[in-house]
Design a protein. Structure first.
Length: 113
């Protein structure tokens, strides 16, 4: 049903698909159709190949926290500075080592003129 409406719906995750079905039921677009449980929606999505399993498990150091407050963009993409140490930016990158361990590269850059 939802998949037929828009080609982009093939990218729905099971929770979003379940919520979309519930919403369509609420607004009367499904008539007398009974919405199955979320688990049943997942099984059906697997059967019709709408669930795409990731090729590899993410193992980065950054974990999304949906409850966390988003940081303000203090630089507003203006990286110019009048003097040293006024605008410093940084990045941390995880690098896999041959022995299976992980190394971390921390890069700090002073955006002086």
């Amino acid at each position: 049903m939802i998949h037929d409406e828009d080609a982009e719906n093939a990218n729905y995750e099971r929770v979003r698909m379940y919520q979309a079905l519930q919403y369509q039921k609420e607004i009367g677009e499904l008539g007398e159709v009974t919405i199955p449980s979320e688990g049943t929606v997942r099984k059906i999505m697997e059967q019709i190949n709408l669930i795409h399993k990731p090729k590899q498990k993410p193992n980065g150091i950054t974990k999304a926290d949906r409850e966390a407050r988003k940081s303000d963009d203090l630089l507003k993409r203006d990286f110019t500075a009048d003097a040293p140490l006024q605008k410093c930016v940084t990045d941390i990158t995880e690098i896999p080592a041959k022995d299976g361990e992980k190394g971390h590269l921390h890069y700090q850059c002073d955006r002086e003129p």
